[in-house]
Ligand binder design. Structure first.
Ligand code: ATP
Length: 363
């Protein structure tokens, strides 16, 4: 039976990460505090946990066991970006990928919507990419032992792609549930013309699941055609469901059409766990300069709150209204002509955060 937990503070993990991570994570923490307080709820109990460069220095690893244990004991968490390309060679495995795999976060939900006051190449874009997050062509997650990429000789490189019916089914359900709450359209994006077994299984399984959602219209597109269609007429799309690598690429394209990487939010989730994580990386060129755009992680934190509000095992309904406050406060701040430098504005990270937190209380 469902047990609501609105009476107690949420317990949320806070993982700074690298580069601009500490600045944007702190900004997201502040707006979540203010939004819950504005709803008459206690601010969350925050659990700071190390990952990335700081963790190498302190623990000799980018992702200490204590961080995974700490995250397991939360209602959800905010993850800053990591800059694994800059780690020493023995530490290059992306900690975000390890966390997704460890907690079975099989769905990566990436909305792209143009915001008022922001110049967007596609002002009418309002879609969500539902990206399968647990398998596909990612070398770090499609083998139980060893890597999904290997070289029989120094001049030959091979890559294994993993597609399972079970993973296709659960991501398809995720996309159809979401579409049923939106405009009721799912586009299955695949490449079954050249990968008929793997992508064919993905497409056919999505169609099989579609039968359980008679109110949702379903269409399919090859990923190359979808990329062109996205640029030509992004307003045609509602929900796109696709495999891991295609989803990663298409969501950067959609983010840019909607404005900038600095505003692109995302949630990694299963039915029982969720992690807010911006689409952008560590942006080392901006680290420590108070210039990063915190919106992507603020909106990701709002997605986390919305997920927490309706989670099946322990719903926390007040979190949905707090999430709405964050979305509206960000939109109102942009509408007032306030933005960070990446969007042509002059506000620092800190100033922008102050503007959003002030507006969180206005409804
Ligand atoms: P990754 O592979 O981890 O995604 P990347 O090097 O491909 O990282 P990012 O770190 O996301 O890409 O950023 C690329 C550039 O975009 C940055 O150098 C920065 O100039 C800009 N950028 C990214 N995120 C932001 C942000 N939140 N605010 C402002 N500019 C940003």
């Amino acid at each position: 039976m469902n047990r609501t937990v609105s009476g107690r503070p949420l317990r949320l993990g806070l993982v700074d990460g690298d580069g601009i991570g500490p600045e944007v994570v702190e900004s997201a923490r502040r707006v979540v505090d203010e939004a819950l307080t504005a709803e008459g709820r206690p601010a969350p109990e925050w659990v700071p946990l190390p990952m990335g460069r700081r963790a190498i220095d302190e623990f000799g690893t980018t992702l200490p066991e204590s961080t995974l244990d700490g995250l397991a004991d939360t209602d959800g968490w905010i993850l800053g970006p990591h800059d694994n390309a800059a780690y020493p060679p023995q530490h290059r495995i992306a900690p975000g990928g390890v966390i997704r795999r460890h907690f079975g976060l099989y769905a990566n939900i990436r909305p792209a919507r143009a915001l008022p006051g922001i110049r967007a190449a596609a002002p009418d874009i309002d879609l969500v990419i539902v990206r399968e997050n647990s398998e596909g062509f990612y070398a770090d997650r499609n083998m139980a032992v060893g890597s999904g990429e290997f070289c029989p000789t120094p001049d030959i490189a091979l890559s294994v792609g993993l597609v399972t019916r079970a993973a296709c089914e659960r991501i398809a359900h995720e996309s159809f549930r979401l579409a049923a709450e939106r405009r009721g359209r799912v586009t299955i994006v695949h490449k079954a013309n050249v990968l008929p077994l793997t992508m064919g299984l993905f497409r056919d399984t999505c169609y099989a699941v579609a039968g359980e959602y008679p109110g949702v219209a379903v269409a399919e597109e090859h990923v190359d055609a979808a990329a062109a269609h996205l640029v030509r007429a992004p307003g045609d799309y509602d929900v796109l469901v696709t495999e891991n690598l295609f989803g990663d690429i298409l969501s950067d394209l959609a983010a840019q059409l909607a404005g900038s990487l600095g505003t692109a939010a995302s949630l990694n989730c299963s039915r029982t766990r969720a992690m807010a994580q911006a689409v952008h990386g560590a942006a080392p060129d901006l680290a420590g300069r108070n210039r990063a755009n915190p919106v992507a992680l603020q909106l990701s934190a709002a997605m986390l709150l919305r997920w927490i509000a309706t989670r099946q095992d322990r719903p926390y309904p007040a979190a949905a209204a707090a999430a709405d406050r964050i979305d509206r406060a960000v939109a109102a701040t942009f509408a007032a002509g306030i933005a960070t430098a990446d969007l042509g504005g002059q506000a620092s990270t800190g100033e922008f955060t102050e503007q959003v937190t002030a507006r969180v209380h206005r409804w």
